[in-house]
Write a protein that binds this ligand. Structure first.
Ligand code: SF4
Ligand SMILES: [Zn+2]
Length: 317
């Protein structure tokens, strides 16, 4: 596909394709979970993730479905600490926490900075806290929050793709250079960062999807991130489904996710994780889905390349 310019992506068009949001409560996170992750030290440890309920992200990225669990208006001051407190009262003992808010932690209209002190004091028992942000919201505010936390703050930033033409099409209103500058700012100030990288965004063939995910891994590590997560792009947000209907998008194959994850691990530049949530969307073979998911999970946890799964669905079989 090389006719991407024929398709004009605007905020208005993306918004017009959306269905309804889910009903959420500003006094409760919309989800929380505990999962295993290989830490920087090489240990596999539990990490909790709290998915905070807050105001919708002001950006309208083409592939994003996080708006589904957000509010239209800002949540009141005090609601975010209240949500965190609610989960902490039920959480088993864990040392690491992801505090994800379907947008940017440093977006004032999502998380009021008046709440930072209270949030920091609630999180004082954790060794690592990871928040997410758009590159355009990385500034001194991150340093102020880090200083309040008094322990490791990591920031996850969506590079999405280092292909500048496709990144523009994604309507994220950022560039690969913005990403590099944000990571460099964080590194200069001693804050570790991780990147989200898309596998096969719209307007790419399967082989282009693999090629650009691999280039994006290299770009993110060269910029200075410590860790990359590869996210296979899925339909389901309205816009992506319409693009799929027009032939501009199809979900990547689970084997492409395996290939890119292997590539990232052998770069030996930092941790590389595959997003293994609901991989059934990326496989049409019931015989090997579980084995391939298990293989990806094992690669996530060991950071080693695990022998490939052989199945009758393989093109060479
Ligand atoms: S910046 Fe992140 S949360 Fe906001 S719309 Fe884009 S992908 Fe979604
Ligand atoms: Zn198979």
């Amino acid at each position: 596909m090389n006719d991407t310019d024929k398709f004009e992506i605007t905020d208005q068009w993306i918004l017009s394709t959306r269905g309804k949001k889910n009903s959420v409560d500003p006094h409760q996170p919309y989800a929380w979970l505990v999962e295993k992750e290989r830490t920087i030290s090489g240990q596999v440890e539990d990490i909790a993730a709290i998915l905070l309920t807050n105001r919708e992200c002001p950006f309208h990225c083409l592939m994003c479905d996080l708006w589904k669990n957000t509010t239209d208006i800002s949540v009141p001051t005090g609601a975010i600490p209240e949500q965190i407190k609610l989960v902490l009262s039920q959480l088993p003992q864990v040392k690491h926490l992801k505090l994800y808010n379907s947008g940017s932690f440093f977006d004032e209209r999502a998380i009021p900075s008046k709440d930072y002190e209270r949030i920091a004091s609630l999180l004082k028992g954790f060794e690592t806290v990871i928040v997410e942000s758009h590159p355009g919201l990385i500034n001194d505010k991150c340093l102020r929050f880090r200083d309040m936390l008094k322990h490791d703050l990591h920031i996850a930033i969506g590079l999405e793709t280092s292909n500048p033409v496709i990144l523009r099409k994604l309507n994220k209103r950022t560039t690969p250079d913005d990403f590099r500058n944000s990571i460099s700012f964080l590194t200069r100030h001693g804050i570790m960062s991780r990147a989200f990288i898309l596998l096969k965004p719209p307007f790419m063939s399967e082989s282009e999807g693999i090629y650009w995910a691999e280039r994006s891994l290299e770009f993110a590590f060269e910029a200075g991130v410590e860790c990359c997560t590869i996210i296979p792009v899925r339909p389901g947000n309205g816009a992506m489904d319409l693009l799929m209907g027009k032939g501009y998008f199809s979900p990547p194959d689970i084997r492409s996710l395996e290939e890119v994850t292997e590539y990232g691990i052998q770069l030996n530049s930092g941790r590389v994780f595959a997003d293994v949530w609901d991989l059934s969307l990326f496989s049409s073979c019931k015989k090997c889905l579980e084995k391939r998911t298990g293989r990806l999970t094992e690669m996530n946890l060991t950071q080693k390349i695990v022998p490939p799964v052989r199945c009758t669905c393989d093109p060479s079989e």
